[in-house]
Design a protein around this ligand. Structure first.
Ligand SMILES: [Zn+2]
Length: 287
């Protein structure tokens, strides 16, 4: 993990693997954490790398509900803030995909093709206690932590409850998983037209640095790359459907846009199928 400081008091923890990034915002009066990785162990390692203890953290912010951004929440006793729909999604997941038997079954399934990942995940879920956000907001929430201003804005897109974190004094934006850099995005829970609108909103901040949900720190050019990929994938799928092609036929088309440097390549086909499924569910006119 690389710790980068795009502005005073801002420590972006950038993971070189497929894992999610997180950030620590440090003021004299304490720290805020944005996203908590996929386990208490990982989160603890990240705090050590920055030299902050869990007890120094006054506030945790979850940009969205996915496990690789929220399963380290249990490390903290302080308030946890997220959009209402993020909390709702976590509550719903606890009854469904996040039941321990379901988690074990899905690890075993992916473990058939990726045993090293499964071994690591088994270790991560030992002692897992999913801690929900204790406080929710609707459209916006502005926070003052000592001399640090933190602005949260709900944008949706990647998930219905996705938010971005804007640090106006340094012009740094923490985009959560609206943005993946250098690797294919996961869009399995995304509403693509809303995601495209959310990425256009990201451009309006005119950020000097952007910390994406996954991949290295970037600037606006990465947002344009992601917009091009999503729009290209959407439009090509619209054409396939207009020609009466099945999802399998669309997925076999070698002319779709590629993304990043090919990392997380398994999402190339999965994303075509996700876009196809959204389009046939009646969303073709929304872009
Ligand atoms: Zn995500």
């Amino acid at each position: 993990m690389n710790v980068v400081e795009p502005g005073p008091g801002i420590c972006a923890c950038i993971r070189p693997d497929e894992g999610a990034n997180a950030a620590l915002l440090c003021a004299a009066q304490g720290a805020a954490v944005v996203d908590t990785t996929s386990s208490a162990g990982d989160m603890s390692g990240l705090l050590d790398a920055v030299g902050v203890s869990a007890g120094d953290v006054r506030l945790v912010i979850n940009t969205h509900h996915h496990s690789d951004h929220t399963w380290g929440n249990q490390l903290f006793d302080c308030p946890i803030l997220a959009h209402r729909l993020c909390r709702d999604a976590m509550v719903a997941s606890l009854e469904d995909a996040w039941r321990l038997d379901r988690i074990r079954a899905s690890i075993a399934e992916r473990g058939k093709s990726d045993p090293r990942w499964a071994e690591e995940m088994q270790r991560k879920i030992e002692g897992l206690q999913i801690r929900l956000p204790t406080e929710v907001f609707e459209q916006r929430r502005d926070i003052v932590l000592g001399d640090l201003r933190i602005e949260l804005e709900h944008v949706g897109g990647h998930t219905p409850g996705s938010s971005v974190v804007w640090l106006p004094q340094s012009k740094v934006l923490l985009s959560g998983d609206l943005l993946f850099v250098g690797r294919y995005p996961f869009i399995g829970d995304a509403d693509i037209p809303v995601l495209i609108s959310a990425l256009r909103r990201v451009l309006e901040f005119e950020a000097e640095a952007i910390v994406p949900g996954h991949g290295p720190m970037c600037d606006e050019s990465a947002v344009h790359d992601m917009l091009g990929y999503l729009q290209g994938t959407w439009e090509r799928t619209v054409d396939h459907i207009a020609e009466g092609h099945s999802a399998d036929e669309a997925a076999a088309d070698g002319g779709y846009p590629r993304y990043g440097e090919g990392a997380a390549e398994r999402y190339h086909e999965a994303n075509i199928r996700a876009v196809y499924a959204q389009l046939v569910s009646g969303d073709a006119c929304r872009l």
